[in-house]
Design a protein around this ligand. Structure first.
Ligand code: GAP
Length: 442
């Protein structure tokens, strides 16, 4: 299974999905760059989430800044609690989280890297927030943090958004943005990185209704994954027994990665912890005035928090297939067409008799509706395979018959079936096929 990850990382680099950050300098651990196809894939996943979460009456969008007042992180509990237990090896200087050690290694003080015994330090709390300074002087009172989650930008804007949009409880605020965590050990490609993107929604409700809304959002979120091609059979909901300092109840949505089950989304009932803390630390009331009861209410919060980068990785893993076709291995990325970086490739069978010119015209027409790719180089079979490998759902071929009857062949990525479609109906036909696409069996 680990082999699949190696192949995927290599495909991602070769075909322009994901590159190691600062590769020419030897790379920067835990940071990745999205190449031309990766950025489309990520964007399509974020768009699907944004539409599902904000194209409704009771959720508003927000884009808060990454740097926030440092008191925010005292109020949220991150300054005191956002730590991992860090252990050092006094011999080989390796560093790791205490919870990655086995019981035997811990009791013998045995380093998992160099194998020596009695060489480990006691665990110490290591805060995961990245620190920097505002202004030219690097001193304690100019210290700020790169946000470790987007949620706090939503809480501190709760009343701004409510008043500006004249929202009534219950309503939510959604945001997509970068988050930073100085993870002790990064691992598994995009799974645990130091810079990543989150898609978070905080839903503000009247106290007493939180259980209803927690169930509601758990169902909504569970159903969403099929929209990006993640099937239920490789997802599970796991309830937390040990709760974070802010949570009253928590579920994770986990995906079955090649290295095991891993969280991709967290759902939390946060009670009135966050708004209450920001009231206390800022000295400003963050209460909602309820017209009906004429009372000021401190709402409870239901949070849905999903990693955009981690979800991108789940979609890459889910899509990757190797198939035997006519004695050769075909690598195909079976993305849901909604998230596929390119929707179609336009291929002249040969570069003469006006086939290339007509193929270019079709490319220009389609490009104003969705991303397409023109490719005239190499044998047609090789061109199909190149498109399979990056998950392009449809290949449109212009051949000699096209010049006679203005039809092209449309080849489907998953079944490899081909049929003829009039050029005049090509856009509608591709759109129809994308909208009615269903996941092929494993
Ligand atoms: N506001 C709540 C919160 O941040 P979290 O469980 O710490 O909760 C939510 O993070 C999601 O963010 C996770 O489910 C995961 O998808 C993503 N995430 C967290 N840490 C990450 C990391 N180091 N690298 C990539 N994604 C990460």
């Amino acid at each position: 299974m680990a082999n699949v990850m190696d192949k995927l990382v290599s495909l991602c680099k070769r075909r322009g999905f994901i590159f190691q950050s600062s590769e020419v300098y030897g790379g920067l651990n835990g940071c990745w760059d999205y190449g031309p196809l990766g950025v489309e894939l990520l964007r399509n996943i974020k768009d699907t989430w944004w539409k599902a979460m904000t194209y409704r009456e009771d959720v508003e969008g927000l884009d808060a800044s990454i740097l926030m007042h440092p008191r925010v992180w005292e109020a949220s509990g991150h300054v005191d609690n956002f730590t991992d237990p860090l252990i050092d090896c006094k011999n080989c200087k390796a560093r790791f989280r205490d919870d990655t050690l086995t019981e035997a290694q811990r009791s013998a003080g045995q380093c998992p890297v160099c194998g020596n015994k009695g060489v480990l330090t006691e665990p110490r709390a290591f805060n995961l927030m990245f620190k920097t300074f505002v202004g030219p002087v690097e001193e304690d009172n100019s210290r700020v943090y790169l946000r470790p989650e987007t949620a706090q930008g939503i809480y501190v804007n709760f009343l701004n958004v409510q008043a500006a949009m004249r929202q009534k409880l219950p309503f939510g605020i959604a945001q997509i943005g970068k988050a930073f965590r100085n993870e002790i050990n990064t691992k598994n490609f995009l799974f645990r990185t130091r810079e990543f993107e989150q898609m978070e929604m905080q839903f503000f409700v009247k106290p007493g209704t939180e259980n209803h809304w927690f169930d509601y959002w758990r169902q909504e979120r569970w159903q969403w994954f099929s929209q990006i091609g993640l099937p239920e059979k490789r997802l599970r909901l796991r309830e937390h027994e040990k709760l974070a300092h802010y949570a009253r109840a928590a579920f994770d949505v986990e995906y079955e990665f090649p290295f095991g089950w891993g969280e991709i989304e967290g759902l939390h009932n946060r009670g009135d912890f966050d708004l209450g803390q920001h009231e206390k630390f800022s000295g400003k009331a963050l209460r909602y005035f309820d017209e009906e009861s004429r009372e000021k209410i401190l709402p409870f919060v239901i949070e849905t928090s999903i990693g955009a980068s981690r979800t991108t990785m789940a979609c890459l893993v889910e899509a990757y297939r190797e198939e035997e076709v006519e004695g050769e291995t075909r690598v195909v990325m079976r993305f849901h067409p909604r998230i596929a970086p390119l929707k179609a490739a336009i291929l002249p069978l040969v570069r003469r008799d006006g086939m290339d010119e007509l193929a270019r015209q079709i490319t220009t027409q389609l490009r104003s509706h969705f991303p397409v790719f023109y490719d005239e180089g190499g044998a047609i079979g090789r061109r199909y395979r190149r498109m399979d490998e990056i998950g392009t759902p449809y290949c449109v071929t212009v051949d000699s018959q096209t010049l006679q009857d203005q039809t092209v062949t449309v080849r489907e990525r998953d079944s490899m079936a081909q049929d003829r479609v009039p050029i005049a109906q090509l856009r509608e036909e591709i759109t129809r096929r994308m909208e009615t696409w269903t996941m092929p069996p494993d």
